[in-house]
Write a protein that binds this ligand. Structure first.
Ligand SMILES: [Zn+2]
Length: 391
C-alpha cells in the first residue's frame, strides 16, 4: 500500500498542533496517527483509559509472532501555563534551524520521526518486526504505559527490545534514576491556641517528620556514589506542604509530599519503613495520649522504577550500533524504560532533542536532530530486514 509520505518536520507540525497537555485528551492525536498508519496498511490497537478520554496506541509492522523492536514514546506534554513563549506553543515555528513548539523535544520529535519512517518500514521485508508503542500520561507518573504493557503481554508477542525515544541528543542512555513520591498526612486535634495542651499540633508533628527526612537526605548523599549520575547520589526533597487553619488555632491538619530520585539499586522500601517506624515511635504515642483520633497516613503516591540496562543488554548493543557510537550515558530524569525492563524487554533510551529544552518555555528541537534520528531509524529498518544480530 502506498500511503502519503511526509518529512519528520511536517509530521511534527501536525503533532504539536494537538494540545495533549497531560490533563487533556490525547484522542485527536491518536486518531490522526491511527489514520496515517491505516493509509500505510498498518493496523493500530488502542488501549483506552477507564474514562475513555485518552488512549495508548500499539501497532506492528512485519511478521507476527516474532518478538521485535518497539519504538516507544509518550503523546502527552507538560503545561505551558505560567511560561512566556515567543510564539504560539501549539504552532510549530521555525527560527534559525530550530523548530519551536511544546513537545518538539519531549517527545513529539521522536514520534514524528517514527511516523516519517513508517513508509520505509512498510516497504522493507522485515524479518524482525518493528512495533510502535505510544503512551499517554507519562508526564504525570508513567501511568498510561503500565496498562499498555499489560495489554501487549496479554494479546501479542512482547517486544524483545524497546527503544524509548526521550530526548538524549541521540546519545545512548543505559541508566536513569527512578522517582518515588510519598504523600504524608498528619491529623492532630484543633484547639484554641491559648489552650495548646488540649490540641495536637499537626504542623509541629510534620516538623519532626521533616527533620527525619533531612537526616535520610544527608545519609543518601553520603552513601557510595555512582559517579555516572549527576548528582552522583539519590536525592530527597520535600516538594509541597500545606497546613493550618488560622493564626489562633492549633492546626488539625498538615499534608506534605516528598520525592526521592533513587539510583538503581537504592532500597526504596527501606526509606518507606524508616519514616513509618519514626512516626510510630517518635510521634504517635504522644499524639494519641491527647487525641486518640489523631494519626499519620503515609503512602507512596507514585513510583517509577530506576533503569539500569546492564552490561550485556542487547538493546544497548543495538542502539550503539545504529547510532554509530561506543559510549553510553546515565541521566537523572526518568523514562518508561525501567517499566519495560521490569516487564522483561531489554530497554534503551535514545532520541532526538535536548532534555535541557524539555518542559521549558520556547521548547525547541534542532532540525539536524530530526535528521540524525531519521538516519538511526533508517539503519534500524535495514537491520530488521536482515534480521541480523547487532554489532
Ligand atoms: Zn518525555
Amino acid at each position: 500500500m502506498n500511503g502519503p509520505s511526509y518529512s519528520a518536520a511536517e509530521l511534527l507540525s501536525r503533532l504539536v498542533h494537538f494540545d495533549t497537555t497531560s490533563h487533556r485528551s490525547n484522542l485527536g492525536l491518536v486518531s490522526f496517527v491511527e489514520d496515517y498508519l491505516a493509509q500505510h496498511g498498518v493496523e493500530s490497537h488502542l488501549v483506552p483509559n477507564a474514562e475513555a478520554t485518552k488512549a495508548s496506541l500499539y501497532a506492528s509492522i512485519g511478521p507476527s509472532g516474532v518478538p521485535g523492536v518497539a519504538l516507544s514514546g509518550h503523546t502527552d506534554v507538560v503545561p505551558v501555563e505560567g511560561q512566556t513563549w515567543s510564539s504560539d506553543p501549539f504552532v510549530l515555528t521555525e527560527r534559525d534551524g530550530r523548530l519551536y513548539g511544546r513537545g518538539s523535544a519531549d517527545m513529539k520529535g521522536f514520534l514524528a520521526c517514527v511516523l516519517a519512517a513508517v513508509p520505509d518500514f512498510v516497504k522493507r521485508k522485515l524479518a524482525v518486526p518493528i512495533h510502535l508503542v505510544f503512551s499517554y500520561d507519562e508526564e504525570v507518573g508513567c501511568l498510561g504505559v503500565r496498562p499498555l504493557i499489560a495489554d501487549i503481554r496479554r494479546r501479542s508477542t512482547p517486544p524483545r527490545m524497546v527503544i524509548v525515544g526521550e530526548p538524549t541528543s541521540m546519545s545512548v542512555v543505559d541508566a536513569h534514576k527512578g522517582p518515588v513520591r510519598w504523600h504524608i498526612e498528619v491529623k492532630g486535634r484543633a484547639a484554641h491556641s491559648s489552650m495548646a495542651p488540649l490540641g495536637v499540633n499537626a504542623i509541629g508533628i510534620a516538623g519532626r517528620l521533616l527533620q527525619e527526612l533531612a537526616r535520610i537526605e544527608r545519609e543518601l548523599k553520603l552513601a557510595p556514589r555512582a559517579e555516572r549520575f549527576d548528582p552522583p547520589y539519590a536525592t530527597l526533597q520535600v516538594t509541597r506542604i500545606n497546613g493550618g487553619t488560622a493564626t489562633n488555632i492549633v492546626p488539625v491538619y498538615c499534608r506534605f509530599d516528598f520525592d526521592v530520585r533513587a539510583l538503581p539499586g537504592v532500597d526504596v522500601g527501606a526509606i518507606d519503613r524508616r519514616i513509618r517506624s519514626f512516626a510510630e515511635r517518635e510521634c504517635l504515642p504522644e499524639m494519641r495520649r491527647v487525641a486518640p483520633e489523631s494519626g499519620i497516613d503515609i503512602r507512596i503516591a507514585n513510583q517509577v522504577p530506576p533503569f539500569a540496562a546492564g552490561a550485556k543488554s542487547e538493546a544497548v548493543a543495538l542502539a550503539l550500533h545504529l547510532a554509530g557510537s561506543n559510549e553510553t550515558h546515565a541521566v537523572s530524569y526518568a523514562t518508561e524504560a525501567g517499566l519495560f525492563q521490569e516487564a522483561g524487554s531489554a530497554a534503551v533510551v535514545i532520541g532526538p532533542g535536548d532534555i535541557a529544552q524539555a518542559h521549558a518555555a520556547d521548547e525547541f528541537i534542532a532540525k539536524d536532530q530530526l535528521d540524525r534520528c531519521m538516519a538511526f531509524l533508517d539503519r534500524l529498518g535495514a537491520w530488521a530486514e536482515r534480521g541480523a544480530p547487532p554489532g
